[in-house]
Each structure stands twice: as structure tokens, then as C-alpha cells.
Design a protein. Structure first.
Length: 475
């Protein structure tokens, strides 16, 4: 019954009942044109034709919400307070999940990824002209966050500079997270050490006994200096690991007894009484759950042993893995917050909203973005959809986040990313190097229409989440 009611509420997102007296100028949803990004069967990048998408903006809501009353440092909500522990944690109240800041205030993450200095000639010149040193740059980042209503920095940000800034200016401290790249780092090391392993799928390395020791050492090395840092929110263990099917077939294809992953796949097949010549999709899903259960137990144990004070955010699930019930269940058993990188739709679908709302843990969207034609960049690479203008990017941000906040265990989102790609960057990844992903351009100038649109949404996110919650049955 709860799932049916919740789906009805989600479907009502675009028809939120009659307007009250203060909403007489509301316009309702607008249409934004976009081109879907995808790959064809040969993995070539292709865009769809321009298509209109119904888009709910803050200005078009059928009622007005007052700006949230926020704490000055973390951007947490003063309207709801829990027990303060001095660190970020999670809490559930009246059916809604929250992150909680060190002072005990309810916290929804509006974050920005990849806040770091890039390496193109133009980016280096502009950095030197505008800032000169790291702390001046990070102060400008904090100003940008304040203007945009953002309250956290996500993966691949310059944690060393963030920590220096936070120590120097605690009244302006920036909540942040770390990216540990545990399995990715271990697989890379193994492939360098032993060329036999170079073609093994990444999940094959999970079952090697040395992997657990590697994770413990990496956690101890990288986390020992930050376990008492009140501004650290938590840790990601990896990014977009290939946890989608056909993982079982891939591991069986190794056909080498030296591979612990191959031996684990054979053992699982025998235990399940399966025929390796006829592996069904449901069996592939269950095996993915088995593999990820071993992975999440291994990495979470290492992280919590080195740092029991902060949250574990999972591994940024993507593609089909983010909707595999067995993978989600495995992650939920070990992560404090499930992280999901999201592309392929204009917003989270109703089916995904129902599926993820049934999880016993909160989740965050840890990548999403659109890119605009008016940036002047080629905008070929990167999975974000293409829109025409920065105003359209702002509209999509509002639509995506308004929909996300209707899900009672969604505790935030991370925009990908801080700065645009520069096609002239000699060190950039050729597969992802020419797009308008940033909230700033390559001269460190903000896209004002985008950041103003972000601020309009972020200023009401707590009030919107509570208002929507009041229409839902309490779990």
C-alpha cells in the first residue's frame, strides 16, 4: 500500500494541486529543449534531435516557499535539530532521512564535484591572475558556494587545500568528502605487477586476499590525519565500478585457476547448482549481489577501522548497477549513504523513486549535469544532455532537485562539476575533455544564470522536502 501511495504522490509532482493565494502568478511547468547523449552499438557518441522536456522550476511552483533559515557555516537547516556529536551522521525522523551536521542540524547536501586546479594554459593563467595562492582561490570557492546556495564539496576536490582553508578560517569552513579509489587503485597496481592480469575484469580482484590488506593500508594512510575533522562529511571508496552484468560470464571467461575471481565464480556456480552454458539474467543479478557484498564488506571494514567518526558513502553506482536490487541491498548493508551517479533521464524516474525509497538507507545523487550550446564549447564528450542556454541548465537543475526531494530518503545531490573542460588541456582525458560541465568557465568566471538558478532552488530545499513529506504516509 505504501508503495502505491508513494507512486501516486511522485506522479503528482507536475500537478501539485490548487494554488494558494500567494501563487496567483505561478506559471506551472515550462518546456526546455534538450538533446539526449548516448552511444551507439559501436560505442560512438550520438545525440538525439532536439526534444522538449516538461520542466518544473521554482518560479513555476503553485505556491511560494520562504527561504530556509540556515546555519552560517554548513548551510544546515535551523528548523530541525538532532543530538550533536561533533561529526556528520544520518538520522530518520517522521519517515524522512537526513544527514546531520556536527552541531546536530538537519543537512541536505547541495554539493559540487572536482573543485581543484586544472592544468590547461588558459586555466593556469587565469588562476594566477585572479588568485595567486591556494587560500585566496579557496576563499573564492567559498564565495561561489555562498552565492549558489551550495554547502559541500564532493569527489576529486583538493582536500589538502580545503583542510588548510578550514583550519585558517573555521568561521567559513567548507564541508567536504574524500575519494579513496580502493578497488580501482588495487586493480591498477596488480596489472602493473603482473601482465597476466591486465585483461581481467576489475571485479576479479575483489576476491584476492591481498585486496583486504591493501584497503586497510590505504585507509590508514589516507584517513589517519582526518578522523577528528569535524568538516569532513565522509568517504567514497571508488567511482563507477563495473558492477553491471554480465559479471558472472566475465569472471568465468578468465578460465585461469590463478585468478581468485575465477575461482569464486566457479564456486558460486557450483553452490547454486547452475549450468554455466545457460546463465539467466536473474542469476547474473544475484551474482552481482554476491560480488558487491564481498566488496562493500571489505572496504567498509577498512574505512571504519581507520575512521569510525565519518560516514561511508559507497562507490557511486551507475548504469544498470544502480537499479540492481541485489547490488543495492549489498551496498545498503555496509554503507551509511548509498551514492548514485545519474545520467540518461531528465530526472529520476517514478520507478526509480519507488525502488530507492524502499531502501533502508539514505541515498545521494553524486553526479548529474547538463551542458549548454551558448558556452561555445564543442560539448561532444560527457554523458550530460545538451541544452541551449545557461538559463536552461538552471531550469534543469531545479527540476531535477525538486523531483529528487520528493523521495524521503534522498539526502542530497552533487553537480558534476566545478569547472568546464578545456579542449586545449594537454593532460585531459581524450574521452571526456570538451564540455560545458562547470559552474565556472575556464577563466574562473561563474555562469551567473546557472548559479542564480541553483541558489533559488537551494534556498528552499528544506522547506520543499518537508512540505512534500507532509503529503506522504509515514513509514
Amino acid at each position: 500500500m505504501h508503495r502505491i501511495l508513494f507512486l501516486q504522490i511522485i506522479v503528482s509532482f507536475f500537478s501539485i494541486l490548487p494554488c494558494d493565494a500567494s501563487s496567483q502568478h505561478a506559471t506551472g511547468p515550462i518546456e526546455v529543449e534538450a538533446r539526449k547523449w548516448s552511444r551507439d552499438k559501436q560505442r560512438n557518441i550520438v545525440y538525439s534531435d532536439w526534444m522538449p522536456f516538461r520542466t518544473q522550476t521554482v518560479a513555476g511552483l503553485p505556491f511560494r516557499l520562504r527561504p530556509d533559515s540556515l546555519t552560517s557555516v554548513t548551510g544546515a537547516w535551523q528548523g530541525l535539530r538532532f543530538r550533536a556529536t561533533g561529526f556528520f551522521r544520518t538520522e530518520v525522523r517522521d519517515g524522512r532521512h537526513w544527514m546531520v551536521d556536527p552541531e546536530g542540524y538537519a543537512f541536505l547536501a547541495a554539493a559540487l564535484n572536482s573543485v581543484r586546479r586544472e592544468s590547461s594554459p588558459q586555466q593556469k593563467r587565469s588562476y594566477a591572475e585572479k588568485f595567486g595562492d591556494e587560500l585566496a582561490w579557496m576563499s573564492a570557492v567559498r564565495d561561489l558556494m555562498d552565492r549558489s546556495g551550495l554547502n559541500m564539496l564532493g569527489s576529486w576536490s583538493d582536500t589538502a587545500v580545503i583542510r588548510r582553508f578550514n583550519r585558517r578560517y573555521p568561521e567559513r569552513a567548507i564541508p567536504y568528502s574524500t575519494q579513496l579509489s580502493m578497488l580501482a587503485g588495487y586493480a591498477q597496481q596488480r596489472r602493473r605487477q603482473d601482465t597476466v592480469t591486465k585483461d581481467w575484469p576489475v571485479p576479479a580482484f575483489i576476491f584476492e586476499p591481498v585486496f583486504a590488506a591493501f584497503c586497510r593500508q590505504r585507509a590508514e594512510t589516507q584517513l589517519s590525519g582526518s578522523r577528528d575533522d569535524r568538516w569532513l562529511t565522509g568517504h567514497f571508496s571508488d567511482n563507477e565500478l563495473p558492477f553491471q552484468t554480465p559479471m558472472l560470464r566475465d569472471l568465468l571467461r578468465i578460465a585461469d585457476e590463478q585468478s581468485a575471481g575465477y575461482r569464486a565464480a566457479i564456486q558460486w556456480v557450483r553452490t547454486q547448482g547452475l549450468d554455466t552454458l545457460v546463465i539467466s539474467p536473474s542469476e547474473e543479478e544475484r551474482f552481482a549481489g554476491h560480488v558487491t557484498s564481498v566488496y562493500y564488506e571489505t572496504v567498509s571494514r577498512a574505512i571504519k577501522a581507520a575512521d569510525p567518526n565519518h560516514l561511508y558513502f559507497g562507490s557511486r553506482l551507475h548504469a544498470a548497477a544502480k537499479n540492481n536490487p541485489a547490488v543495492l541491498e549489498a551496498c545498503a548493508r555496509h554503507a551509511d549513504v548509498i551514492s548514485i551517479n545519474y545520467y540518461g533521464n531528465w530526472a529520476v524516474t517514478d520507478a526509480e523513486a519507488v525502488r530507492w525509497s524502499a531502501l533502508p538507507k539514505p541515498f545521494m545523487i553524486t553526479e548529474f549535469y547538463t551542458k549548454a550550446e551558448d558556452s561555445g564549447l564543442p560539448n561532444i564528450t560527457g554523458a550530460g544532455w545538451l541544452v541551449r542556454t545557461q538559463r536552461d541548465r538552471a531550469a534543469h537543475y531545479q527540476h531535477f532537485c525538486l523531483k529528487l526531494l520528493t523521495i524521503p530518503n534522498a539526502v542530497g545531490w552533487h553537480w558534476f562539476r566545478y569547472q568546464d573542460n578545456d579542449p586545449l588541456d594537454p593532460l585531459s582525458d581524450p574521452s571526456n575533455n570538451d564540455s560545458n560541465k562547470g559552474v565556472i568557465d575556464n577563466r574562473y568566471n561563474p555562469y551567473l544564470e546557472l548559479t542564480e538558478g541553483m541558489r533559488a532552488l537551494n534556498a528552499i530545499r528544506y522547506g520543499w522536502a518537508i512540505r512534500y513529506l507532509q503529503t506522504m504516509p509515514v513509514k
